[in-house]
Write a protein that binds this ligand. Sequence first.
Ligand code: SF4
Ligand code: SF4
Length: 292
Amino acid sequence: MTNIIAVAGGKGGVGKTLIATNIAVLLSERGKTLLVDADVDNPCVLPSIRGLDPKIEKIEEVTRFRPLILQEKCDLCGKCVEACPEHALVLIPGQRLIHIDSLCAGCSVCKLVCEKEAIKEDTVIEGYIKYGKTTKDYNIDLIIGELKPGERRSYVIMSKLLEGHRELFSKYDNVIIDSPPGTGAGVFSVLRNSEKYIIVTEPTRLGIADLKKILQLIEEKFGNRKVVIVVNKANLSPEGVEEIRKLCSRYTVFEIPYSREIAEYYARGETVVDKVRDVRKIFEKIVEELLG
Ligand code: SF4
Ligand code: SF4
């Protein structure tokens, strides 16, 4: 059975990718492992594992439907305007039909309802899915989701990345998904498609506030899943850690200390668990808790 593990955290910059990449290294010692970068607005996995020499072997475009209005065929009946769930079509009576692409979800309902065949299919590239693997020291397969600069529909990439790869995920022993930050639709999608969660936070006021939000989401919607809490840079605020431990009394809480050594490895794109024995021990305990 595949262990599908989401690494999420309410706030951006708490160390999700540091945790995801190092967990992937440890799990790759135990079985066939896939690391998925679902932070499609700001994918950081590749630069974070430069030291493992990642190679991208294939890039697929992710496209969406965009209606192309053939004004010469359009009789301005307005059926598509009524049917559009996003109000992305505007009829100027007696003149023309206008499409507002920034509102369009690409659902193609307008094309389906038009009896005059006045709407043709056009496609827009929303982003990319990159497939690759690490080629040095550890065998980790990679899938990276990436939103095209200037595009906003990250859900199109997320859907292809997660729902579109379910069958592929089942061929691995371990799938680690580096989630987007926050508690929005992208995070919800990652949580829904995973079975175990590592929730990463920092012992700061903002970190704790965002931790509360993501735990509330998990408890309301995914309360039966395994949850492990990781406090990154724990030694910077013992009071903050204490508050997190009280808040998370029903979960196992692990602490990763801040150290210049960890920060320097991460900045160089190198994983830590294969270099710093004390840090490896903490990560091994996290893995044991998740898989145990
Ligand atoms: S349904 Fe077709 S014909 Fe009617 S307004 Fe829309 S595009 Fe024009
Ligand atoms: S594709 Fe969907 S959202 Fe876009 S204009 Fe057509 S009906 Fe509206």
